[in-house]
Design a protein around this ligand. Structure first.
Ligand code: BT5
Length: 319
């Protein structure tokens, strides 16, 4: 509904369109129209409303369409094929579908809005329209399935480098999949796989980056941040995405040629988890202790108070 409204307003190219015309077109009440307009404003659109004239868009947030993403992109295969959708449930779902249909390596699915964006363990990922980078990347690496989590760490390094290049901001990594800026979550990474026990068909890497949000919903407002909040200015999403894809391709090729070790060192340079007292909550239990480091496979080593070292493959970390 909102994207239909947006298309209608944009087609007017700055001319007013009456509330009545909109409600007829969308088949909803004037109150519903007003609510959708408010949503657009929250997403960064400046919509002027004048009694008896109607609504018009006087400023639109920067866009992340296929053309913008591909224009000037210097990668060989990452992002050469871009699938752009304005509004989807989750880019991960589309990526899984087209990966099984034979999509080529490096295909990127990106959406302006996700209505059912997901994190790990089915948790929600808040992905409002027009303000973030919500993307999934399809890879087909010839590596054993147990090495796939290393790609999460590789992605974190690529994202941090891309963000630094475009904004000058220095981010931190919280093992395994969070990128923090000034202690708040800026980026979430979700790595999923289509594989047999001994062979990967596809790895789908979901990356969610808060770029131009000014505020967050109640549930996450204390823990989340955006590039705009931290930098104090609006950031061009397509440029950030391009830098990340360039960085990703370089690191991915290094990984395929030389393995995880060089990536591990880069990852460690940004990691704030290591050397700290942490609590690791897994699905089954919760362990406290010191984070000693990660193994060459990217597994977190946690030493508890009795000196026992635990290998943590997947968990939520609290400091
Ligand atoms: C993640 O999960 O951090 C992985 C998020 C991956 C999102 C991308 S977007 C493109 C692709 N398509 C998808 O559907 N997903 C991927 P996890 O570690 O489980 O963190 C989820 C938790 O982060 C939630 O329970 C909230 O507490 C918090 N959260 C939700 N939305 C957020 C946001 N926009 N910014 C910061 N924190 C958020």
């Amino acid at each position: 509904m909102r994207s239909k409204l947006l298309q209608m307003l944009m087609a007017q190219q700055g001319k007013f369109v009456s509330g009545e015309a909109i409600s007829n077109y969308l088949g909803c009440s004037r109150t519903a129209v007003w609510k959708h307009i408010e949503e657009l404003r929250k997403a960064g659109y400046k919509v002027e409303a004048i009694p008896r004239k109607g609504y018009r868009v006087i400023h639109q947030p920067n866009l992340l369409t296929k053309n913008e993403i591909k224009a000037g992109l210097t990668t060989k295969y990452i992002g050469k094929n871009v699938v752009y959708e304005q509004s989807v449930s989750s880019t991960q779902e589309i990526a899984h579908r087209i990966a099984s249909d034979g999509a080529e390596e490096g295909t990127v699915i990106v959406a302006d809005e996700q209505l059912g964006g997901k994190g790990r363990l089915g948790r929600p990922w808040f992905s409002p329209i027009g303000s973030g980078i919500w993307m999934s990347l399809i890879l087909k690496p010839k590596i054993p399935p147990q090495q796939a989590p290393q790609l999460t760490l590789l992605t974190a390094v690529a994202v941090i480098r891309g963000i630094k290049e475009q904004t000058g901001l220095h981010c931190d990594i919280k093992w395994p999949n969070d990128i923090l800026l000034n202690g708040k979550k800026l980026v979430g990474i979700l790595t999923e796989m289509q594989a047999d026990p001994d062979q990967i068909h596809s790895v789908i890497i979901g990356i969610g980056i808060n770029v131009n949000q000014d505020f967050f919903p109640e549930e996450i407002k204390e823990i989340a941040t955006s590039l705009k909040i931290e930098k104090g200015e609006e950031i061009n999403r397509a440029s950030v995405m391009q830098s990340i894809m360039v960085q990703f391709e370089q690191l991915y090729e290094l990984f395929l040629d030389e393995g995880f070790l060089p990536i591990k060192h880069m990852w460690e340079a940004h990691a704030i988890t290591i050397g700290r007292r942490i609590t690791a909550r897994t699905i089954t239990n919760s362990i406290q202790g010191y984070a000693k480091g990660i193994t060459d496979d990217g597994v977190l080593l946690l030493e508890d108070d009795l000196g026992t070292i635990h290998k943590i493959y997947s968990a939520d970390i609290e400091f």
